[in-house]
Design a protein. Sequence first.
Lengths: 137, 137, 424, 424
Amino acid sequence: MTIAEIQDQIIEEMSAHEDWFDRYEALITLGREFGAPDDSLRRDEYRISGCQSAVWLTAEMRDGRLRLRADSDSQITRGMLALLLRVFDDQPPGKVADAELYFLDAIGLRSNLSPSRANGLGTIVRAIRETARRHTG
Amino acid sequence: MTIAEIQDQIIEEMSAHEDWFDRYEALITLGREFGAPDDSLRRDEYRISGCQSAVWLTAEMRDGRLRLRADSDSQITRGMLALLLRVFDDQPPGKVADAELYFLDAIGLRSNLSPSRANGLGTIVRAIRETARRHTG
Amino acid sequence: MMNATLDLKSDFPILAREIHGRPLAYLDNAATTQKPLCVIERVSNFYRTRNSNIHRGVHSLSEESSTLYEDARETVRAFIGAGDMREIVFTAGTTDAINLLARALGDCTTGGDAPFGDETRYSSDAQIGEGDEILVTGMEHHSNLLPWQDLCRRRGAVLRVLPLERNGTLHMEDISRRITSRTRLVAVTHVSNVTGIVNPVEELVRHAHDRGALVLVDGAQAVAHMPVDVASLDCDFYVFSGHKMFAENGIGVLYGKAARLEELPPARVGGGMVTSVTLESRREADLPLRFEAGTPNYPAAVSLAEAIRYLQRIGMQRIREHENTLHEYMREQLVKVGGLTVYGSAPEHSGSVAFNLDGIQPYDAGMIMDRMGVAVRTGTHCAEPLMRHFDINGCIRASLALYNDTDDIDRLAEAVRKAQSMLG
Amino acid sequence: MMNATLDLKSDFPILAREIHGRPLAYLDNAATTQKPLCVIERVSNFYRTRNSNIHRGVHSLSEESSTLYEDARETVRAFIGAGDMREIVFTAGTTDAINLLARALGDCTTGGDAPFGDETRYSSDAQIGEGDEILVTGMEHHSNLLPWQDLCRRRGAVLRVLPLERNGTLHMEDISRRITSRTRLVAVTHVSNVTGIVNPVEELVRHAHDRGALVLVDGAQAVAHMPVDVASLDCDFYVFSGHKMFAENGIGVLYGKAARLEELPPARVGGGMVTSVTLESRREADLPLRFEAGTPNYPAAVSLAEAIRYLQRIGMQRIREHENTLHEYMREQLVKVGGLTVYGSAPEHSGSVAFNLDGIQPYDAGMIMDRMGVAVRTGTHCAEPLMRHFDINGCIRASLALYNDTDDIDRLAEAVRKAQSMLG
Ligand SMILES: Cc1ncc(COP(=O)(O)O)c(C=O)c1O
Ligand SMILES: Cc1ncc(COP(=O)(O)O)c(C=O)c1O
């Protein structure tokens, strides 16, 4: 699926949850299902600075596609990472670098993008895009 | 005359001047008549710090009385010095140190006494009193 | 038990705000306090009618501003029980005050010479140098740690740390061992900004003075919550921030005993702190102006004086009692909720309670609690060594001020339960 | 000739005040400017509805405050034409900014070692040391002189001075001689706070960069009066104060090219400028937070953004033209009065006119003028070397801002006449 198609899918799924608590409940569930903590990933060198919770991110290229791995000690952040990786993982790096990211807005996470947010979602998105850019051209 | 008598005299004289401009006109005249600038006095060691205009002050004891000399480069300050010396010069140092100073209030110069005033009248009065205190006891 | 209750919320306009459709329960007072209407209006009126730069201007507005600024200094002096206005230096805040002091204590020499500026006025003995020791505690805010760390590295001095007991209190038995004849300064917080533990400052001061060491007390978390009297504490320096005691931001205080301040050269220089300047030299103003280079934040000083008058109308002792009662109630309620750990316990507390929900990241909990209208702070609270002491990455901190009430605490408990149910 | 006239007095509540029964003619703008109602109300509203400490709190108020603080940074960035928000460091004011820079440039080393902190990040080449030269000019405000004097003495560097022509302008022919290969920094004011002379900063920057020297421009007297674009000036650092540009006190800006700031260690340390801390070490935050230790004055930053929007609504070019017209009118009127000396003349002026009445002390004149409702400043204006250049002990300074009009100037002339008649 394309980045846009995945975003549309997420928007549809999340639109079932009307209020904030439901939406975050869903996010937390996603976080729980995101996989076991991976110690090979939870290393200082992979840590993104500027988030209050710890966030780790790595990327490599496989078959011309960007393969992302990420983790966090925060459940909510893990939920957000689950969504972000669903959108960005296994996509061509050029698309990752340039894709318009509208689903966060649509599902009510937009305010999390501002640079002063403690969760650093904006910082994570920026880190993913920069990684992608390094792997293009 | 005592310090109180002199103060009363000054209050009477100055009360003739109703508005601020008249009073300051009188003060400036006093400053002009205060005597020629005295270079033996205008020396760094005699300078009181904390006034915007330069003020010099010395004191010595003669016959048990405090003999004050003072000068300033500001006419208005010289006028104030003229009044202060009229009150304090040639008085016993104990009286100078302790005298209640009410004439400044009565002739409308009280606000000049506050520590933040640029003219430092308060600073000058404090310097005179400290000098007097050094010469008592 | 609730008889000491104050009822002050209506004095603080922001407390009427709603957050996500719920009334605000503001429990982030250790970060900054809200401002009563009288303070907000005082500053607004000041700018509308009095504002002008100070520093001995001869025109009326300037004299009015100058007078109000010096009146504020006197108000602060009386509030903390200092002996003399010359001992009250206005700074931009606590961090600024500590940095200023750290620089003055060690960075005004030219490689071993006497400090310069008005050279004859200072004592080079007052400068901290090679081999000297500075003692901090394991619970200091970064602002009372990093400046000393840096000073030690710059001057070849040694940073020592007074360790903590498991419950987060100072290891007082260690004191006589840790304060040695080489100790020049003990830097200690009056109240922990995390655990709310009140330190036995008077005892520390006695020990330090016995060994000839100076004491700086970081009062950032104390002045808004309890009577503070620097004379009876007998500390050499005391610092705090206006914004944590109901005044506007951008003002703080460095109190220093006059004899101590006289020995120190100004570490920040510029307009306003000199009486004469040439290209090669300067003559410096007397205390306290010597330490106030540049245009001071005189409107914020006016706001601080107004905040102090507000506090005095209520009475610091009443405030202390009210907060004590609430603090106990908060601990009780949290224990009742269960499934959490409270960090730190001591004979005397003030302000903050720090805790973590079992198996839940503080950040996650904070997000949910915010949605419940409850403002707490999460993270390391600029006290990472203390986090390491408790072996945690961070925690939730709920911190009190005079306007809080049991309702805020009940809301806190409710929000904690909600976070547990969503995240647990 | 008066076609560029602005009519803004009603925006400024304080200008409706009476002084000794006369309307206020406020001509002390170089000391501080008055605040428009929109700025006063912006801050008041901020405290009533938004206030909370910033620094990545997770609760809503904290996020609102943080966002407004960073928005203010962006507003400042755009206003002075900086390329990147990371280049805008908030300080307490101009004096504070210059002191911070001076310390960062020379006081973060341990006797010749590399600067410490996050050691790998800095360049020890950026530190000023033994034998290096700093060039200031003969017209600097003490705040742009004393910090360099002190730095030179601490580090064994040499302070050089670019002398002035008789008319008070920089001796530009001397420049190539004074900026040598040893010059590390040129510190120059954009506009003199006494004579109002506008310096040829771009030319100075070119010369300095040709020799590999950095340039700090003190913009305290420029930013409120003319369009300023740091990109076209190409200076390395630019500093100014909010209170001199219609914002509240307690906020200032240190602009620095990102590459230059990256090289420099933070000279003030504490909470908020680190990402992790141990008792022995720290990891520092990225620009600009690395230079903002302690709780920043975010409400004053919000006021600065509001002041900038006010300025932008009027337009800096229009303000410049209005003030130019008034400045010329003021000089003309003073010449017409006669019996006085105006100090300094140059192709370009802004803001201040400095003068003395023949045979009359400025202090005396200022007292009389105040009674006429005219607020001017008298004294040395924190520029004693410049006083010495003109061979005077002090002078009267009348200084303009956007709200002044010809009526203020006529009142000034009238007050000067009165002072002459009383004191002459
Ligand atoms: C040219 C110049 N530089 C620096 C300053 C110092 O500014 P502040 O007092 O706001 O720190 C001033 C004003 O006082 C000034 O006019
Ligand atoms: C104990 C303590 N010290 C110092 C500080 C720093 O205060 P400020 O940020 O106002 O400089 C704080 C608050 O942040 C604190 O709680």
